[in-house]
Design a protein around this ligand. Structure first.
Ligand SMILES: [Cu+2]
Length: 342
């Protein structure tokens, strides 16, 4: 992390030296002087949306760069899917859930920039807006033209993994088969399947075998729930409810590829997790105490207390293990972004 901030500080010094006529720049503690602004999906112009969708599709068509020994990993996105899948028990319902996913969303954004020429910032999906309107099934993110496509539909196929597919939007390309996840979500082997969703309200199926969608459990992730989360005083309490309620419910009401531990297969994963990250950042504010508040346990059996100096597991996805303390502040260290609404 030091090299990045050092580099930024050096170039800032160079700029100041080169423009002797300009007034003295404000002194800052790190190089994040102009953070990129992550916007809500509906704040983007149609051109911004198209650019994100282009890059998000691109990364699913590039060949893998990691995991040479794992045949099921074929695309650049599979590198991320396999990492998230394999680390499932080490990054969910443990203290590092929020910093790990903050790191992961940033890694994906960097990948879009560096390997797919993406010029924007990672957008987020504030599902509480759609939940408050009790209209989640019609959320703009599901738009077939300016969004990520809609619910999966039954196909004519009786081949496992191809019976239900997303049929519209930029990810419905039939060439875009996914290597991990359905039809057997516990296997990381060669599980080719089409990209799928199964919107549901957790209410079971109707007499025709279709999911009852209802309000998609909007009361689990509306602004009332978010305000309760913001009212907690400690990181552990805030993080537990954020992960366990709105985070988990949004995964399960979209289901399909959003359901299992291979959920980065669903492109909305990154907009969803950007919003979860935004909730944490909003709770933190610019409050020094909260920016350093990291408690809870490293393990699911709650025996090893968590600390800011903990490293986070990455398998082959990165060369060095990120340290939690470097991922506490979205405007310091390796991170330099903010959200349009905090
Ligand atoms: Cu996750």
């Amino acid at each position: 992390m030091l090299p990045t901030s050092l580099l930024g500080a050096l170039s800032l010094t160079t700029v100041v030296a080169a423009s002797a006529i300009s007034p003295v720049l404000p002194v800052v503690n790190n190089a994040c002087t102009s953070p990129s602004v992550r916007k809500e999906w509906r704040e983007l112009t149609d051109a911004d949306k198209a650019e994100y969708l282009r890059a998000a599709t691109c990364v699913r068509e590039l060949p893998k760069a990691k995991y040479a020994a794992i045949d099921a990993v074929t695309t650049r996105m599979d590198d991320l899917v396999y990492t998230h899948f394999s680390l499932n028990l080490d990054i969910h319902f443990v203290a590092n859930f929020l910093p790990w996913h903050r790191w992961f969303v940033q890694l994906h954004e960097d990948l879009l920039r560096n390997e797919c020429g993406f010029t924007g910032a990672q957008p987020y999906w504030d599902w509480s807006i759609d939940a408050d309107a009790e209209d989640v099934p019609n959320a703009p993110v599901f738009d077939p033209v300016t969004g990520f496509g809609g619910d999966g539909q039954r196909t004519d196929s009786d081949e496992p993994g191809f019976e239900r597919c997303v049929v519209d939007g930029p990810f419905a390309n039939t060439n875009l088969t996914l290597g991990m996840g359905w039809p057997d979500v516990n296997e990381d082997g060669d599980r080719l399947h089409c990209f799928t969703r199964e919107l549901n309200g957790g209410l079971g199926k109707d007499e025709n075998g279709n999911q009852i969608i209802g309000d998609m459990q909007a009361s689990a992730y509306n602004s009332r729930v978010m305000n309760t989360i913001y009212s907690f005083d400690t990181f552990a309490d805030m993080a537990d409810m954020l992960e366990g309620l709105p985070h988990a419910q949004v995964h399960s009401v979209i289901f399909g590829d959003m359901g299992p531990a291979t959920s980065p297969n669903e492109p909305l994963f990154f907009l969803h997790h950007a919003n979860v990250d935004r909730a944490w950042a909003k709770w933190q504010g610019r409050n020094a105490t909260r920016l350093a508040d990291y408690t809870g346990f490293q393990d699911r059996s709650h025996t090893i207390p968590a600390s800011l100096n903990n490293t986070m597991p990455v398998m082959e996805l990165a060369d060095t293990k990120p340290v939690v303390k470097d991922y506490m502040d979205i405007r310091a260290g390796p991170l330099c972004y903010t959200y349009s609404s905090m």
